[in-house]
Design a protein around this ligand. Structure first.
Ligand code: SAH
Ligand code: SF4
Length: 368
């Protein structure tokens, strides 16, 4: 029988295990502290645990982190870490250090079943959910990377904007968020953990009740018909339904709810589109991130040109809606949603030599 992963154990499950193993319940909390605060996944190093119990921990649980398949360092100091799960699947996270924060973009699923037309992960379909442990492992791996690079900081901000739809993996994401926010464990501020969703309305409502995280909505169009064409989820939960739940959402940040709006040339980037967006946002405390479409193989959609983007932006800011343009960091290393893992999946279907050549090219491209 396969062993349960140590990061998949809740605090209460650890406490029960400790009591059943003849020791004090509070040790359960300390075991989670070792993993989350001290980055330590080797129970033989748990110095406050008896030798006998260390061995039992070692034998009873799985302590392996997902393997690092590839790290692609970008010219802008961000790096994309491609991870290989225990069952040989690829997932990814992106580490983005900047002067005053260290942001980690995490994945919640391998693939995604939401099938948004502009998204590369959407093309893959869903392979499986990540467990809470596999979500948390991304933070431990990122914190270790920071240490290796001589950066004595830790991850300060988390955004669920990697592969997958976090609210389609609700229980695991909520459990992972609780450990992120718990001051005894990762201790991240609630302003600094952001769950991004394509709009699973009932789950948004539930999330607001369970964990005080910040919310980002991938909107991309404020026109019902157009949004249903771009994002199939809109056929199930309309913009009208989405707005209703957002009006009730307990906002955690000064700027309220973040809306992501991918700017696609000639698709959703005209002034009439901006007008509809302003109308949709009426009554909500909102910030809109304008994200130039990241092109990828298999789509002819491209980013709106900068001039048109500025006009769209001005329309919003003139109406007191903050609308910064956000370029995905790490574009030179396919850091946009799902791009690297899909690329790696394609590689696996090629002959080894082609893969080696492609990787060498990629490596050379990073050097220039
Ligand atoms: N599934 C969640 C979170 C992951 S996607 C969601 O959709 O919100 C993270 C962000 O990347 C989303 O806003 C998504 O719309 C955006 N995105 C997807 N494909 C993109 C592309 N080709 N270019 C730019 N942003 C993209
Ligand atoms: Fe899934 Fe988000 Fe991509 Fe849509 S944009 S397919 S919800 S990952």
């Amino acid at each position: 029988m396969s062993r349960i992963h140590a990061l998949n154990m809740s605090e209460s499950a650890w406490k029960e295990w400790c009591v059943a193993s003849g020791t004090k319940a509070f040790l359960g909390t300390q075991i989670i502290e070792w993993m989350t605060r001290k980055n330590c996944m080797d129970p033989m190093q748990f110095s406050n645990v008896s030798q006998a119990l260390r061995s039992k921990l070692n034998e009873d649980f799985d302590w392996n982190l997902p393997g690092i398949d590839t790290v692609l360092e970008s010219g802008d100091a961000s790096e994309k870490i491609l991870l290989k799960t225990h069952d040989n699947l690829f997932t990814e996270c992106v580490l983005m250090p900047s002067e005053n924060r260290v942001t980690l973009c995490v994945s919640s699923q391998v693939g995604c079943r939401m099938a948004c037309t502009f998204c590369q992960t959407g093309k893959m379909g869903l392979t499986r959910d990540l467990s809470r442990g596999e979500i948390l492992a991304q933070i431990i791996i990122a914190n270790r990377r920071l240490l290796e690079k001589g950066d004595d900081r830790r991850v300060t901000n988390i955004v669920f904007m990697g592969m997958g739809e976090p609210l389609d993996n609700f229980d695991e994401v909520v459990a992972a968020c609780s450990v992120m926010l718990d001051e005894r464990f990762f201790g991240l501020s609630k302003h600094r953990v952001t769950v991004s969703t394509s709009g699973l309305v009932p789950a948004i409502e539930e999330l607001g009740k369970l964990v005080p995280v910040s919310l980002a909505i991938s909107l991309h169009s404020a026109d019902e018909v157009q949004r249903s064409g771009m994002m199939p989820i809109n056929r199930k939960h309309s913009l009208a339904e989405l707005k209703e739940v957002l009006l009730r959402y307990p906002v955690q940040t000064r700027h309220g709810i973040t809306f992501e709006y991918v700017m696609i040339n000639g698709v959703n980037d005209s002034i009439p589109h901006a007008k509809k967006l302003v109308k949709f946002l009426h009554g909500l405390k909102a910030k809109v991130n304008l994200i130039p479409m990241n092109p990828h193989p298999g789509t002819d959609m491209v980013a709106t040109d900068p001039e048109r983007m500025r006009e769209f932006q001005k329309y919003l800011t003139d109406r007191s809606i903050p609308a910064p343009v956000r370029y995905s960091r790490g574009q030179d290393v396919s850091a946009a949603c799902g791009q690297l893992a899909s690329k790696r999946r394609e590689e696996l279907n090629h002959a080894p030599r082609t893969v080696a050549l492609a990787r060498r090219k990629e490596w050379l491209a990073q050097k220039v």
